[in-house]
Design a protein around this ligand. Structure first.
Ligand SMILES: [Zn+2]
Length: 242
């Protein structure tokens, strides 16, 4: 009788140990997921930086174009000045008329360049404002990311502490269990998705759901030996004893 009680107790403790293992597994999954979260956050940050760099590059191209147009405008202005000076000293009517036509043509060209310059300067101004706005947003995002990263790191530390507490509890349970029963559990846990023990409810294995034979149910109730599920091979324990 004592022996029966012993095995029942072993299995009850084994089940508690399995709960510890499930908790450890779940917490480890959370911890393992943390680098992915951080990576994702950093990726978003890098993407935002890249977009701003692209916009800066585009704006630099516009600034280069503006400088070109400014040089061109200066050239046209010099040409007009030169023609106007020549106009004062020209002697023939034909030359005079030719110069007037050239001056008008140069003025038209100058107007076109000025219009282009105004458009360019407007586009550059708009881009500068947009870049500044995005840089401000990036700064805010960086600060927010920094805070989130700190929070995540703190939660990782807390999870690690939680694991070490559960591991100590598990160690106590392990010492209380017959070592052969524990070894069997470990072997099954490895091949049964971390669940070596299954509770029996309504005469069925709660993990795989199969209806158990009456003989098996009797054996589980007696608890003289370890009883395994016919279908999933897990160690069976009556659910109402937990
Ligand atoms: Zn089963």
């Amino acid at each position: 009788m004592n022996e029966i009680k012993y095995l029942k107790k072993d299995l009850e403790i084994l089940y508690k140990l399995q709960i510890c293992d499930i908790k450890i597994k779940n917490i480890n999954e959370k911890i393992n997921h943390i680098p992915n979260i951080l990576k994702e956050v950093n990726k978003v940050l890098e993407d935002k930086k890249k977009k701003i760099d692209i916009e800066k590059n585009n704006n630099n191209k516009l600034i280069f174009l503006r400088k070109e147009k400014e040089s061109l405008l200066a050239l046209k202005e010099n040409t007009i000045k030169k023609y106007l000076t020549e106009l004062n000293v020209v002697k023939s009517n034909v030359m005079y008329k030719t110069l007037v036509i050239e001056i008008e043509k140069a003025k038209d060209d100058k107007d076109v360049i000025e219009d282009e310059l105004i458009k360019l300067m407007d586009a550059i101004d708009k881009n500068v404002c947009l870049i500044k706005k995005k840089e401000k947003e990036l700064l805010q995002f960086k600060e927010q990311t920094q805070k989130e990263t700190e929070k995540i790191e703190i939660s990782a530390d807390l999870l690690k502490k939680e694991i070490s507490v559960i591991k100590k509890e598990r160690e106590i349970y392990k010492l209380m269990i017959n070592s052969l029963v524990f070894l069997e559990y470990e072997r099954l846990s490895t091949c049964c998705n971390g669940l070596g023990v299954s509770l029996v409810y309504k005469e069925s294995c709660s993990v795989c759901g199969i209806m158990l034979r009456p003989q098996l149910i009797n054996k589980i109730k007696k608890a003289h030996t370890l009883v395994f599920c016919d279908n999933c091979s897990r160690i069976l324990l009556m659910g109402n004893t937990i």
